[in-house]
Ligand binder design. Structure first.
Ligand SMILES: NC(=O)c1ccc[n+]([C@@H]2O[C@H](COP(=O)([O-])OP(=O)(O)OC[C@H]3O[C@@H](n4cnc5c(N)ncnc54)[C@H](OP(=O)(O)O)[C@@H]3O)[C@@H](O)[C@H]2O)c1
Length: 324
């Protein structure tokens, strides 16, 4: 093992004691385990396939298929569009900023991929209806939809007493948007004998998440819609999947970077790999192993989770800080 991975000396040049070296190695091992636990779900068929066949497993899942990705002008949606297009999917990119969509689509085409774009404000029901009409005219067959467009709001409930609209606008985009798209495309997926809706959610629906209640409530509604509909549609060939992402370094978290400093996080590409796992495995839920372990702990003691999350908030750790 290279020496710089287990330093023998302190910054001031003094030799590290054996106890400190053991502690350092243990901390590094824990850090490595946390990073792996964030990147990979607990062993599942999708993960095994991804490990054994690498890029080939995504190619088999999405190659030649038409995949609609909302929120593809930035962050996780953009990274997902690139990965799916590189695996041979025709990607249909949706968001409000047409110039950003054209930038992503242009880069995908330049790399040999196939991309189309639609501008739509997905928090506006009438705009979604118009988009669905145009989409179905241009793409008679849609195989996969990744409902990824979303917005987060960080504000405590006591700071929100006169801000009911925070709850309305998170619901409009994070819940009603994906529901409207699903209802609009479901009959066609049933008629064509199959399809998949992947709904991008957050680990924070699995645990109490102080300061983010408007956001996590809208994503929790989306999770309930996903799980219930997935169970209703068993055997039809149409599947729904919730992806519970951890913290991901994208423009979404930029306004709260100070609060997140030091927290383990994924890159947008790593998050897109979890969405790829959803397309490969087609189960009803994908989440990093750490999230699964955390909600097993929560099932054993919800009070324990409340105490840990509350203590983290008081210590200034985790997604806390000034409201915006
Ligand atoms: N970043 C994280 O830590 C994290 C963690 C867990 C889950 N997530 C979820 O991951 C998803 C993607 O987030 P991200 O981190 O990639 O954020 P991002 O970089 O800010 O991207 C958000 C995307 O949503 C689109 N969008 C926002 N409002 C829209 C609207 N009204 N109509 C249509 N599109 C809209 C944006 O495009 P336009 O501005 O061009 O419309 C953009 O493409 C979200 O659902 C988020 O909740 C993120």
């Amino acid at each position: 093992m290279p020496e710089n991975q287990h330093p023998q000396r302190t910054a001031s040049g003094r030799r590290l004691s054996p106890a400190r070296r053991v502690r350092h190695a243990a901390l590094e091992a824990a850090d490595g385990a946390i990073r792996q636990g964030l990147k990979h779900p607990l062993l599942s068929p999708a993960v095994i396939a991804r490990r054994m066949r690498g890029a080939e497993s995504l190619r088999r899942a999405v190659g030649g298929k038409t995949v609609v990705i909302t929120g593809a002008s930035s962050g996780i949606g953009e990274a997902t569009a690139r990965q799916f297009a590189a695996a041979g999917a025709e990607v249909v990119l949706v968001a409000r900023r047409s110039e950003e969509l054209e930038r992503v689509a242009g880069e995908i085409r330049q790399a040999g991929g196939d991309a189309d774009t639609f501008t739509c404000d997905l928090s506006d029901r009438a705009a979604i209806e118009a988009f669905l009409t145009e989409l179905t005219a241009a793409h008679p067959r849609i195989d996969i939809v990744v409902n990824n467009a979303g917005r987060s709001i960080r504000r405590s409930v006591v700071d929100s007493l006169d801000r009911f609209h925070d709850f309305e606008r998170t619901m409009a985009l994070n819940y009603y948007g994906p529901v409207a798209i699903t209802l609009g495309l479901l009959q066609r997926m049933l008629d064509q004998g199959g399809g998949q809706i992947i709904n991008v959610s957050t680990w924070a629906t699995q645990l109490p998440s102080p300061q983010y209640v408007a956001y996590t409530s809208s994503k929790a509604a989306l999770d309930a819609f996903t799980r219930g509909t997935a169970a209703e549609l068993l055997g039809t060939g149409v599947t729904l999947t919730s992806v519970h992402l951890p913290l991901v370094r994208t423009p979404m978290i930029t306004p709260a970077l100070d609060a997140y400093r030091g927290m383990p996080s994924l890159s947008a590409d790593e998050a897109a790999q979890l969405i790829a796992d959803a397309a490969i495995g087609r189960g009803s839920r994908v989440e990093p192993a750490i999230v699964t372990l955390a909600h097993i702990g929560d099932a054993i003691s919800a009070r324990g989770t409340d105490l840990v999350m509350g203590a983290m908030q008081r210590m200034g750790l985790g997604p806390v800080g000034r409201s915006r």
